[in-house]
Design a protein around this ligand. Structure first.
Ligand code: SF4
Ligand code: SF4
Length: 449
């Protein structure tokens, strides 16, 4: 793509980076076919190519128009276009820079600004989010009323609140620090913010799974939110502060012994942490340590597949539809590992048609763009239903909440199934499937009779 930045503009490192990304686009339009918003809306301005043109206008002319804001806001940051693009256009960092620029200049209505402020100030903090979730659970039965009076975003938010809040009490992270003499590896497991409040059982399943595989698990008590939520809302100052905080926390913890990996069970967070090295590349005090942290960051399925999983203790006829979260398949390019592990654990893995298309969760997208998000969720659920699974497995809490809000079959995290198959408890909601599992010991006895 031809660009028209002046020499003066190109002295700005951000604009120089934007220029180099824009120039890679050859307008071929292949990305439009795999873009969820273009597939649903059919408007070129809601396609990657159309948005690239809008971002060119945004950066070259320095103006933030309502049209630019509307179509960039509608982008899910699902990165499906990135894995499709034959020319290597770095759309992820381009749209991140555009969002940051829009946030400094856009004139949003007061309600919109307030909602965005609320999301930034609540979701990344466990105690605040837990407090809000408590009131959300009480207001949940009223979501139909909110929908009827036109408060669609409130209704969409309440639909994501679990009918019953998790009973597992949050324990102080230091209480969770484990050591294991048999250890073959030592890792830090990131608890995260939203996931740890909404479904703490995921990280407990991950800890059991890792320990069963001889891995020493450390919870670094000073860790904070990864920063992805504020980053995607265009507030890079807050996102980078979170990134620096975590780099400090993890590097301090490594003084007591190195980590073989920093493991993440929410793939949206994993994509962000793997990008710390890039985001802090111009920060002399953090660049080197941030790139070390990024190099250590792994999705839990990548790591378990590498160290090898213990033999499953049960035989099962359970059919699992694997929903590949965008942040995992497009953001981190981790596609084979979760499927391989689920198969090794004895489950029958089913491929969901249109697996590359986002479920509409996308961080806070399901709150900020409730209509589009619901359309994508329903499309995803129809595709899931077409393969007739017993359960849906995925690797991101955002997708779990999004799909659960409309799914007829249970939706769980991949590690919960792996933990169950290798000796852990039955994941919540899967009790009716117990008739489909048979302990391997019983099968051996049956074979020898
Ligand atoms: S990130 Fe997703 S929604 Fe945004 S332009 Fe790319 S494919 Fe479309
Ligand atoms: S596929 Fe890549 S090169 Fe082609 S239009 Fe899309 S972003 Fe540009």
């Amino acid at each position: 793509m031809q660009t028209n930045f002046t020499d003066f503009q190109l002295e700005d490192p951000t604009l120089a980076r934007v220029d180099s990304i824009l120039r890679r686009c050859i307008h071929c339009g292949l990305c439009t076919a795999t873009c969820p918003t273009y597939v649903v809306l059919g408007d070129e301005r809601d396609s990657p190519r159309g948005r690239i043109y809008l971002m060119k206008q945004l950066f070259e002319q320095g103006e933030v128009t309502p049209t630019i804001t509307r179509h960039i806001d509608r982008c899910l940051s699902c990165l499906s276009c990135v894995t499709t693009c034959p020319s290597g256009v770095d759309y992820m960092h381009l749209v991140d820079m555009a969002r940051a620029r829009i946030e400094t200049k856009a004139h949003r209505p007061l309600g919109e600004r307030s909602l965005r402020w609320f999301l930034r100030k609540v979701l990344p903090y466990r105690s605040r989010f837990r407090f809000v979730l408590f009131f959300g659970s009480m207001a949940r039965p009223l979501r139909g009323l909110f929908e009827a009076v036109g408060l669609k975003r409130v209704a969409a938010s309440l639909a994501l609140v679990p009918p019953r809040l998790p009973r597992l009490k949050l324990r102080k992270p230091k209480d969770l620090i484990r050591t294991d003499e048999r250890r073959i590896r030592r890792v830090a497991l990131m608890l995260g913010c939203v996931q740890e409040v909404m479904q703490p059982s995921i990280n407990r399943a991950a800890i059991r799974l890792l320990k069963r595989n001889g891995v020493d698990v450390v919870i670094v008590k000073d860790e904070a939110c990864c920063g992805a939520l504020t980053h995607h809302l265009g507030h890079d100052d807050e996102a980078l502060a979170s990134a620096r905080h975590n780099v400090d926390a993890w590097t301090a913890a490594m003084r007591e012994g190195p980590f073989d990996a920093i493991l993440i069970t929410a793939s949206g967070c994993g994509t962000m942490i793997k990008d710390y090295g890039h985001l802090l590349a111009r920060d002399r005090g953090y660049a080197e340590r941030a790139s070390q942290v990024s190099a250590l960051a792994r999705d839990i399925t990548e790591f378990i597949e590498e160290v090898g999983m213990t033999t499953p203790l049960m035989w099962t006829s359970i059919k699992v539809a694997y929903h590949s979260a965008c942040s995992l398949q497009h953001g981190q390019r981790v596609e084979i590992e979760p499927r391989t592990l689920l198969s090794q654990a004895g489950f029958t893995v089913l491929e969901v048609p249109e697996g590359h298309i986002c479920c509409g969760s996308a961080g806070t997208y399901n709150i900020l763009q409730p209509q589009l998000s619901a359309e994508l969720r329903d499309r995803k659920l129809a595709n899931v239903a077409s393969v007739k699974p017993d359960v849906v497995a995925t690797g991101n809490i955002g997708c779990i909440n999004q799909l659960r809000a409309g799914s007829a079959v249970p939706v769980v995290h991949t590690v919960e199934l792996l933990d169950w198959a290798t000796g852990g408890p039955v994941p919540a909601g899967l009790e009716p499937l117990k008739s489909k599992i048979h302990p391997i010991q019983n099968l051996v006895e049956m074979a020898t009779v």
